[in-house]
Structure formats: C-alpha cells, structure tokens
Design a protein around this ligand. Structure first.
Ligand code: NAD
Length: 260
C-alpha cells in the first residue's frame, strides 16, 4: 500500500517510534529512522528492518533539541531517499515535577523536542509534499494533549501545543492532498513509562507489578497498556485512502482515559 513512499519516523530507535516504523515498513514504505542509542545496535536494527520488510532504510542521528538538526533530518532524507511523503513526529521526552520546582532547562528541553521540533520538521517537509500533491503528517501527541495530569507542566503544555499545531497545519494543507493528524496514546509500556513505574515503585515501596497496576488503574479504564503495534496500525490507516478526508483531528488510543 505504501510502496514508493518514504516515511520519516523521529525517535524510532525504541518504544512507540520503532513500532510505528515497523508497521509502515510492513506496509511497504521506505524508512528514515532517527533516535539515540548504541551505534552498532542501531546499525543492526537498520539492517534487520531492511531485510525483514524488503524496503530501503536509512538512519539519521539528529538530536531534535537542536533546530538545525531537526531541519537537517528532512534535508538528509530528501538527499538519501528522494522524498518525504510521510512524516511521523514521534520523538518525545518527559519530566515530572510540580510547577513551582520545575527547572527552566527541563522545561526548555521538553518544549524543544516535543513541540518545536515538530514545527521544524513539518516546515521542512511541507514544500516537497505540496509539490507532489500528497503527504501524511502524523504527530504522536498524547492524552496529555487533551487533558492534564499534575506534575507534568512542560509535557502537557507541549502536547496541547502539538494538538493545536496539528489543526493549523491541517487547515493550511486542506486542499493539497496532505493530511495532518495527531494520535493521542494513553499508557504504552515503553522505556519512557518504565521509568515512571520504577519511580512509583520506589516512592511507594511497592513491587514493579503493583506499580504498573496502580498506574493503570488511576487513569486507564481498560487496565491494559496500548501497544506500539496498535499505534502503528492506526498510523498505517491514516496513510490509507480511507483516511484521505480525515485531517486536523486528534485520535485517543487510551483504553477510555479521556472518556471519564
Ligand atoms: P521512548 O523513550 O521509548 O522513545 C523515545 C524515542 O525518542 C527514542 O528513540 C529516543 O532515542 C528518541 N529521542 C529522545 N530524545 C531525542 C532527541 N533529542 N532527538 C532525537 N530523538 C530523541 O518513548 P516512547 O514512550 O516510545 O514515546 C514516544 C512518543 O510517544 C513521545 O512523543 C511520547 O510523548 C509519546 N507518548 C508516549 C506514551 C507512553 O505511554 N509511552 C503515551 C503518550 C504519548
């Protein structure tokens, strides 16, 4: 379905981004992967993705907290793979602290990676998409783009910002064959969430399993984590013709979190 399309997935060396990259490659898209990690492990992953799915896979190490690198990720993809047809803005970080103690440098880092980088990659990818008359921009926001939780000021602000940016880009591209949508996951078990589970277990002196159950029962009525594969399936759907008239929306995948 996505043969001859090139997908850039930011932050795809682990977690949700890797799940999204796998599903897009399984649907036939060539890939530009990005993110941090051990160089040898990333090269092994690059080769494994290429051979498993029979697609071209390149890697770019851009640190998206640096504006020139975020733009450079798109420029490198155009040079190495020829186009950017699908842009999945997935890279994101979290920092947990009450507002009155929130360090400015953590605020700046969260906003830079979770929000400003989304603006920069989108700005760089749009001219080519417009020229080709087709494009899919999928922003991995969060339920925290729709509702808030205490102690996550920068994350909640950045994800609400992504939801707003998604709507603006959708309006600006509405007649261009381009769609721009956000996916809003609830809890997904990835390294980012594992850190919060470990912190909760340590703080409350409970086991990791108990901490997982506590985390889920506070917010996610299904009491189950969403999976990177499920999010990948939704991303592939958003790239399909069936979704060509869906734009500017934010889709929760959250086991009922925002239904409460
Ligand atoms: P993760 O920590 O497992 O993966 C994050 C990825 O981003 C990694 O590949 C990492 O190397 C990369 N990354 C981090 N900083 C980067 C930077 N400066 N430049 C380039 N790459 C960078 O996290 P995850 O849980 O898979 O989260 C992915 C996205 O999903 C994030 O935007 C996150 O906010 C969002 N999300 C996650 C959950 C969840 O429950 N895990 C829920 C809602 C939304």
């Amino acid at each position: 379905m996505l043969k001859n399309k090139v997908a850039v997935v930011t932050g795809s060396t682990s977690g949700i981004g890797l799940g999204l990259a796998r599903q897009l490659a399984a649907a036939g898209a060539d890939l530009m992967i990005n993110g941090f990690g051990d160089a040898a492990e990333i090269e092994a992953l690059r080769q494994e993705l290429a051979s498993t799915y029979g697609v071209r896979v390149a890697y770019n190490e851009a640190d998206l907290s640096i504006a020139a690198k975020a733009t450079g990720l798109i420029e490198s993809t155009l040079r190495e793979l020829g186009s950017v047809d699908i842009l999945v803005n997935n890279a994101g970080i979290q920092y947990v602290s009450p507002v009155h103690e929130f360090p400015l440098e953590r605020w700046d880092a969260v906003i830079a990676i979770n929000l400003t980088a989304v603006f920069l990659t989108t700005r760089a990818a749009l001219p080519g998409m417009k020229e080709r008359g087709w494009g899919r921009i999928i922003n991995i926001a969060s339920v925290h783009g729709l509702v808030a939780s205490a102690d996550k000021a920068a994350y909640v602000a950045s994800k609400h910002g992504v939801v707003g940016l998604t709507k603006t880009v959708a309006l600006e591209t509405a007649t261009s064959g381009i769609t721009c949508n956000a996916i809003c996951p609830g809890w997904v078990l990835t390294p980012l969430v594992q850190k919060q589970i470990d912190a909760l277990a340590a703080k409350e002196n409970i086991s990791t399993d108990e901490a997982k159950t506590k985390l889920l029962s506070e917010k996610q009525p299904s009491l189950q984590f969403a999976s990177p594969e499920q999010l990948g399936g939704l991303a592939v759907f958003l790239c399909s013709d069936a979704a060509a008239q869906m734009t500017g929306i934010s889709l929760p995948v959250d086991g009922g979190w925002v239904a409460r």
